[in-house]
Ligand binder design. Structure first.
Ligand code: PGA
Length: 249
């Protein structure tokens, strides 16, 4: 069985007090029936340490890390620092970081390697722009994002990678990919991993959908064979919405 995962991506929202309130609310709602789903909260760096040890009902994830090991890089946060907070995951390659912070496949290779060498699992984001989908290049775009940043890894390392397919045109827009569009891309992504790493790796890789996922569309999207969960932005900021998404399988 593949692991089912619901990961929240808080982005740059919630100060420390607000974050603690949201998590407390969530902990009251998440029931034991939700527990065959791994819940991950992608929170700001400032929240990692406080939230990492609050409950075994969820793990925490950073939303980025430095491509450098340590040293004179003012304002950066290293993989080693993230690991020392108790965080288990790092979201890498999010389209907002690619768009606003010059994230590219070359520095993502370094970040992926640093996270894995610090026992941090990586939620690796990929996804096409609307113009790329409209011109029929969406498969090629996603393939190169995956190949260039991940395919230097060995099979054991790949088992610590989760893929999040997030079509850029669906992020924060209220426009979701249809469940068929999500399934088509997820099956394609799985096939790339099977071709490169063999059937078993492909079979056990968790592939999450992200982009305007909410309580009313989550069930339909998660019912698709190759969709193993979601990376949830806006709806993860509300405990009721997020818990409904956790229960949507
Ligand atoms: P959204 O964001 O759910 O608000 O569209 C998803 C993401 O950016 O991870």
């Amino acid at each position: 069985m593949r692991k089912k995962i619901i990961a929240g991506n808080w982005k740059m929202n919630k100060n420390l007090n607000e974050g603690a309130d949201l998590v407390n609310e969530l902990l009251e709602i998440i029931t034991s029936s939700s527990m065959d789903v791994e819940v991950i909260l992608g929170v700001p760096f400032t929240h990692l340490y406080m939230l990492a040890s609050i409950s075994d009902k969820f793990s925490v994830s950073a939303q980025n890390c430095s491509s450098q090991v340590s040293g004179a890089f003012t304002g950066e946060i290293s993989a080693n620092m993230i690991q020392s907070t108790g965080a288990k995951y790092v979201i890498l390659g999010h389209s907002e970081r690619r768009a606003y912070h010059q994230e590219n496949n070359a520095n993502l290779v370094k970040k992926v390697d640093l996270c894995l060498s610090h026992n941090l699992k990586v939620i690796y984001c990929c996804g096409e722009l609307l113009s790329e989908r409209n011109s029929g290049n969406h498969f090629e775009t996603v393939k190169s994002q995956i190949e260039e940043a991940l395919f230097h890894l060995n099979p054991e390392q790949i088992s610590n990678i989760v893929i999040a397919y997030e079509p850029v045109w669906a992020i924060g827009t209220g426009v979701t990919a249809s469940s068929d569009q999500a399934q088509e891309m997820h099956a394609y992504i799985r096939s790339i991993f099977k071709d490169k790493y063999g059937l078993n790796i492909g079979k056990y890789l968790s592939i999450l959908y992200g982009g305007s996922c909410n309580p009313s569309n989550a069930h339909e999207i998660f019912s698709k064979e190759d969709v193993d969960g979601g990376l949830i932005g806006g709806a993860s900021l509300n405990a009721n919405d997020f818990s409904q998404i956790i229960n949507a399988f």
